[in-house]
Design a protein around this ligand. Structure first.
Ligand code: SAJ
Length: 451
């Protein structure tokens, strides 16, 4: 059952109060946006620190535009927060689904990562005592195929009610890009998969309160697959780019130039190589498909291996620039975030590169403009850019933050004794840095200081 086109006519469901379980990068923007659109929203989180911060008028996530919406939602009284859910018309589950750190699956000698579904299970169990006939429950957390049918429905059906008959149950993936969440939440196309058509319609009625993009109804498992396919497609595309960067170095080609030329073909769109793939989405979600069917997902598995292998490739690049023996050498690492212009360090390849350099015995001075003077995964971030530059004998660009791209190489050369630059993200114009007296090594380009 997929791609329903028919829609029963009838009155829209009338939602007055909803509970949003999980107040993270997706739950908080979603809860506050519903509240801004007139619903009474109870935001629920198991982390007491998050509840305290929000109750005290603070916010624990940096996302452009979020603070304003949360503050006004709380001030209006439409958004309140608590540790456990209450009775409501609808319940949204937006809790994390990371992978298990210590438990792996194995197929044909290959280890694969497995989804940690404990937070989804706990959220469904927390809803259970509040669930009433006619309610809507929506799972938003990225989940392996069939989670809505095989994990969430059975928990909720312990109430004695039947999903799709006595209450509505949907899967609706979030698809927003960190850094642009507030806009994309409203404007993106929204896919809503119901356990039956009536559930999908109920989901549409709810999200139509603020979604301005198209709302498409389908079945729950299709909606789960859609989400996983989107991120897996991107992961494989980036893996291709990363493998091209290795080939380019072998064959004396500048990969950035080659990709630019290949992308002039009307049906080619190769993404950018870099130090690897991070974040809690693209580096995690493909594993949910591998876990679900390892025997038919060799390509998805290999793409993960290639992207996870990229920090090692960066290490080789650094050896090329600084010599095989790295112990005792002093390097300034610029950027620890998982991608440009976000404060999120989860699964960051930059962090992995820094850890590798430390394991080599290098002295690594880190600068991350979003986390000055803080400890990130055991890595100390310096208080300022100046302080790392003055210590270093080489500069390593790991994240293409706007602030780094804007650096003037002439100015930088006066602030550092370093005369070697290793650019893993094509953030700096080699010609300009060359002119300022730096020898430039770029990932995916075999030449030094190439122009
Ligand atoms: N990256 C590259 N090369 C590229 C693009 C990205 O190496 O050309 C790296 C980034 O540096 C980062 C990682 O990939 O380490 C992921 O970054 P991203 O910007 O591609 O994606 P996310 O994880 O921030 O957000 C993705 C988005 N999915 C897609 O674009 C298909 C977003 O729409 C999803 O909502 C989000 O995952 C999610 O929550 O699943």
């Amino acid at each position: 059952m997929s791609g329903w086109v028919e829609r029963n006519t009838g009155n829209l469901l009338n939602f007055k109060k909803i509970c949003v379980l999980g107040l993270g990068y997706i739950g908080l923007p979603t809860a506050s946006t519903f509240a801004a659109n007139g619903l009474e929203v109870l935001g629920v989180d198991v982390n007491p620190k998050i509840i305290d911060t929000l109750r005290n008028g603070g916010i624990h996530i940096q996302e452009p535009g979020l603070r304003t919406v949360v503050e006004s939602a709380i001030r209006s009284g439409n958004l309140t927060v608590a540790a456990i859910p209450e009775m409501a018309d609808a319940f949204l589950i937006a809790v994390p689904t990371p992978f298990l750190e210590a438990e792996f699956g194995e197929f044909s000698g290959h280890k694969y990562k497995r989804a940690d579904m404990r937070a989804v299970t706990a959220a469904a169990e927390a809803i259970l005592p509040c669930l009433r006939s006619g309610n809507l429950v929506v799972l938003e957390s990225t989940s392996p195929p069939r989670t809505t049918l095989d994990l969430v429905a059975p928990i909720l059906e312990r109430s004695g009610m039947k999903a799709g008959k006595d209450f509505y149950l949907c899967y609706s993936p979030e698809r927003v890009l960190p850094g642009q969440i507030m806009r994309e939440l409203i404007e993106n196309t929204r896919v809503i998969g119901g356990v039956n058509p009536a559930s999908a319609q109920a989901g549409r009625d709810l999200y139509a309160l603020f979604v301005k993009g198209e709302i498409i109804e389908t079945d729950a498992t299709t909606a789960e697959m859609v989400k996983l396919m989107e991120n897996t497609f991107r992961d494989i595309n980036i893996a291709t780019a990363n493998e091209f960067s290795r080939l380019a170095e072998k064959f004396g080609v500048d990969v950035w130039k080659a990709i630019e030329l290949a992308n002039r073909h009307p049906r080619v769109n190769i993404l950018d190589p870099g130090p690897g793939v991070g974040g809690h989405c693209i580096s995690v979600d493909p594993w949910f498909l591998v876990e679900a069917a390892p025997e038919i997902t060799p390509l998805i598995y290999q793409a993960r291996m290639v992207n996870d292998g990229q920090p090692e490739f960066v290490l080789q690049k650094i050896r090329q620039a600084l010599g095989v023996q790295l112990a005792g050498k002093r390097i300034a690492a610029l950027g620890l975030a998982y991608k440009p212009d976000v404060d999120d360090m989860r699964e960051s390849p930059a962090v992995r590169v820094v850890q590798k350099l430390k394991n080599e015995g290098m002295e690594v001075f880190c600068w991350e403009p979003f986390k000055p003077d803080q400890l990130i995964n055991g890595i100390k971030v310096s208080p300022s850019l100046e302080s790392v530059l003055k210590e270093a004998e080489a500069l390593l660009l790991l994240v293409n933050h706007t602030a780094f791209r804007a650096l003037d190489p002439g100015q930088v050369s006066k602030m550092t004794p370093a005369r070697i630059v290793i650019d893993t993200v094509n953030g700096w114009d080699p010609l300009q840095w060359n002119k300022a007296g730096f020898k430039v090594f770029r990932l995916g380009d075999h030449q030094q200081s190439s122009i």
